[in-house]
Design a protein around this ligand. Structure first.
Ligand code: NAP
Length: 342
């Protein structure tokens, strides 16, 4: 039988995940939705197929959705500050929960989610760090784990967006919304925690929205000494471009360009740069949710854990402090509980 999923938050990514579960993936059905915008939830539910004779339920509160007997598992895609309450409620009901990043914006809220999950006695939470499911990063990790090019020494990353909204997008969000993906992916690639962060502020791009310090360079130090530089440039105009190259002792491994074709003509060659993050990572989102559905159906848990969500929040705290002070800032984190050992 399909995993019956209740979706909390049916904005942009919530609707995209609903499309995915309903039209692309196997083994899942959406049976209930909730949103603070009840009208939006109703509109989304009205065009969904439901299961058998059952129409999709529209719940007035997230708590009602979590308690729904036709909901086996919960997908949280509301805004970040609501995540803690909703994830903890799902854990309390013993239901697996996929939570979009951030697990919670504040690291102490992530710790409370971990405590609730450990009290429940089994892993119930998967966090939406989808880059781990990208074919390029997976091939990069396989090359690193193979050790054929020696130990990793350093990594160059770039995270370029064409633009961000003129209002409401802050310099802090370049760290908390954009760089958080590199924070997670380097922890996963190297199997190490990040121990310190430094932020550098190059010459500001003239086209950046007023008040935005763009670009930034974030330096991350891993526990094993690997140094990661991450160029974050959210007004880059030309496309959405995520780059990565790991320099190892006797070779390098880099993400390839993702253009489907290259065109050679008139003594030039060129390819396509993705339009935005959905375009670049659409297959990664598909794989991420398919693996979540498979794990829920098997009664197991996989993928980025609450600990990974917490670690990203703790590194974000350090990077924001580094941005404010201009100083190298140590990441403050307790030992990883045995419960979250790989
Ligand atoms: P969005 O378009 O604003 O959608 C969020 C939806 O949740 C809105 O409909 C919002 O209603 C609703 N909502 C807010 N608080 C709620 C609550 N307490 N209970 C139920 N519904 C609530 O935002 P989004 O871009 O989809 O982002 C949603 C989450 O996904 C965020 O955590 C974001 O960081 C994450 N995200 C992750 C990725 C990724 O790459 N993994 C990409 C995009 C987004 P109102 O509009 O009325 O407030």
């Amino acid at each position: 039988m399909d995993v019956r999923v209740g979706v909390i938050g049916v904005g942009m990514i919530g609707q995209d995940h609903i499309r995915r579960i309903t039209q692309v993936l196997t083994g899942g059905s959406v049976t209930a939705v909730n949103d603070v915008d009840t009208a939006r939830a109703g509109q989304v539910a009205a065009v969904l197929p439901g299961v058998g004779q059952h129409r999709v339920s529209v719940h007035a509160t997230a708590q009602d959705l979590i308690a729904d007997g036709n909901v086996d598992a919960v997908l949280v895609a509301s805004w970040g500050p609501a995540h803690e309450e909703q994830v903890v409620a799902a854990i309390g009901a013993g239901k697996p929960v996929f939570c979009e990043k951030p697990l919670a914006p504040a690291s102490d809220a992530c710790l409370r989610i971990m405590e609730a999950e450990m009290a429940a006695g089994r892993r119930l939470v998967q966090v939406g760090f989808m880059r781990r499911y990208d074919a390029g990063y997976r091939a990069m990790k396989a090359a690193l784990d193979d050790s054929g090019i020696g130990a990793p020494l350093l990594m160059h990353c770039a995270h370029r967006n064409p633009s961000v909204p003129d209002y409401g997008f802050t310099t802090d969000m370049i760290i908390s919304d954009s760089a958080v993906h590199e924070m997670d992916i380097v922890r996963w690639l190297f199997g190490e925690e990040i121990v310190a962060a430094t932020v550098l502020t190059p010459r500001r791009a003239g086209q950046a929205p007023d008040g935005l310090q763009d670009p930034l360079i974030l330096l991350l130090e891993m526990a094993n000494g690997v140094l990661v530089d991450d160029e974050l440039f959210v007004s880059a105009r030309y496309g959405y471009d995520v780059r990565g190259e790991v320099v190892c002792e006797t070779g390098t491994v880099a993400l390839a360009d993702v253009s489907e074709v290259t065109v050679r003509a008139q003594n030039r060659y060129g390819g396509r740069v993705p339009v935005d993050w959905r375009d670049r990572f659409i297959r990664a989102y598909d794989a991420e949710l398919q693996e979540w559905l498979n794990a829920v159906a098997a009664g197991s848990a996989a993928g980025p854990s609450s600990w990974d969500g917490y670690a990203a929040a703790a590194v974000t705290d350090a990077a924001l402090e580094a941005l404010r002070t201009g100083q190298r800032t140590a990441v403050s984190m307790p030992e990883r509980p045995e419960f979250y050992a790989k």
